[in-house]
Ligand binder design. Sequence first.
Ligand code: SAM
Length: 216
Amino acid sequence: MKQFFPGVYSFGGKAATLNMVKGISVYGEKRIQVGKDEFRIWEEKRSKLAAAVLKGIKNLPIKEGSKILYLGAANGTTVSHVSDIVGLNGFVYAVEFAPRSMSDLISLSEKRKNIFPIFADARFPERYAEVGKVDVVYADLSDPQQVEILLRNAVFFKSGFVMIALKARCVDSSEKPKVIYDKSRKELEEKCRILDFVILDPFEVDHGFFVGEVKS
Ligand SMILES: C[S@@+](CC[C@H](N)C(=O)[O-])C[C@H]1O[C@@H](n2cnc3c(N)ncnc32)[C@H](O)[C@@H]1O
């Protein structure tokens, strides 16, 4: 079977992950049976990480067995696919501060034993320090300060890698997206080596996506 990355499969040009909880879709996505395995189509218009995969990132530090700190988990759409990829030997610590989304995340974590919802503000990593060292910090916060928040978490949790979905208009609606991407790159480069940058249009308008390795 064709794969974009280990654990990320290709079905007719769309991405998909091996469903950890057979028979159940998380956000209405299509499921496909192949022999004994069931795959979930990973909708690129619903998940910026799926869009980044289709737009050709070359590095995916999220792997089987990885420990991921996910900032801005919302209802768990992307978190659920990350949960499929890391599998039962991995961990997804899903930080979210909106109560309604947290309630959906708690329901999701009851079915998926590798998701640990954390009801907290991602600006204050010391409030969930018990997470400990992680492999990757992923941020999708729609916050003008989100690069700074990502780096603060990456340093605090001694992460090897960072990934960030950046909504240009949310950082500064008066600037051109390219200016925002360049500024964000410089900010990230203070602590990381950039491995990938892709623009997510047309799947997500005016969004950029970075993958970086934290400098030791
Ligand atoms: C764009 S949505 C995330 C979508 C999600 N990553 C996905 O792909 O399914 C941004 C989320 O970040 C949350 N958020 C924003 N700032 C936050 C903060 N400081 N701490 C925790 N959550 C935050 C919002 O409540 C919202 O649910």
